[in-house]
Write a protein that binds this ligand. Structure first.
Ligand code: NDP
Ligand code: 8X3
Length: 251
């Protein structure tokens, strides 16, 4: 049984991952900004036998809030064996000339700085114990930059680089680092990107079978459950209809 912290567990990939790892008997710390959803999830997941939950709410964009949130963790929840840095989103799909700076800030702060801040809270304990596993959720957007999504792609490229850097710094302490690049996964991702425009969000997943959040949760669980001497450093997962980031075959 491991203690696993999943960021962005109120929705999509993070929620499915927390559910799967909980069902496998792990203790889970879930976080996200929507406290009502977190409370609901905590209640639901607590129904599993021998699974314990601690709800942690913070906005990963704010270092002070992150520090405060970690400060509220009871002693028995402070030994975090696995950190899943999943929280993140795309905001907008605009050329740089028309991009909104608040969208850029949200993506850079949430996808990059948030991941770093949370990692900073967890890494010292892992180093002391000479043990741990960090799973960073990047994207196929890191493999191929696309027009109008430049800032989002840049944040995911940064996640790839941070994963490589973490592995360089942490391997000697027995800490594994896994970087996961999902292709198109049908979650609230596009709804957030298009600011609640459901019709536009639906077009992203129309005419083919996109990945489900549970598919990525399975992959994450595979990496987390690998024997201790095995480090899956990188994993890219596409829906079968997606040949590369911008090529999807639709019926
Ligand atoms: P969702 O929108 O369904 O979930 C995003 C999660 O991240 C929510 O739980 C949200 O929680 C949390 N989150 C976002 N911003 C913040 C923030 N500033 N502070 C705290 N929590 C935050 O999207 P997905 O599940 O699809 O996305 C999860 C990850 O997967 C992201 O990093 C995304 O970039 C990546 N990804 C997604 C792909 C896709 O096609 N869906 C493909 C490749 C990668 P709350 O709103 O409660 O704070
Ligand atoms: C999400 C996948 O291709 O829409 O990271 O950027 S993509």
């Amino acid at each position: 049984m491991k203690t696993i912290l999943v960021t962005g567990a109120t929705s999509g990939i993070g929620k499915a991952t927390a559910e799967l790892l909980a069902s496998q008997g792990n203790r889970i710390i879930i976080c996200g900004r929507r406290s009502a959803v977190l409370e609901e999830e905590q209640k639901r997941l607590s129904a599993f036998t021998e699974v314990f939950f601690f709800t942690l709410r913070f906005d990963v964009r704010n270092l002070e809030e992150v520090e405060q949130a970690f400060g509220t963790l009871p002693e028995e929840w402070r030994t975090i064996d696995v950190l899943i840095n999943n929280a993140g989103n795309a905001h907008g799909l605009d050329p740089l000339s028309a991009g909104k700076t608040e969208d850029w800030d949200s993506m850079i702060d949430g996808n990059v700085k948030g991941l770093l801040y949370v990692s900073k809270m967890v890494i010292p304990g892992m180093k002391e114990r000479n043990s741990g596993h960090i799973v960073n959720i990047s994207s196929v957007a890191a493999r191929q930059t696309y027009a109008n999504g430049v800032v989002y792609c840049a944040t995911k490229k940064a996640v790839d680089v941070i994963s490589d850097g973490m592995r360089l710094e942490l391997t000697e302490f027995g800490i594994r680092v896994t970087n996961i690049q999902p292709g198109a996964v049908e979650t609230d991702f596009s709804l957030v990107r298009f600011k609640g425009d459901q019709e536009r969000a639906a077009t992203v997943y129309a005419g083919y079978e996109a990945l489900k959040a549970e598919d990525i949760a399975d992959s994450i669980a595979y990496c987390v459950n690998a024997p201790k001497h095995v480090c899956i450093s990188d994993m890219t997962i596409y829906p079968s209809a997606q040949a590369e980031p911008r090529t999807i075959y639709r019926k």
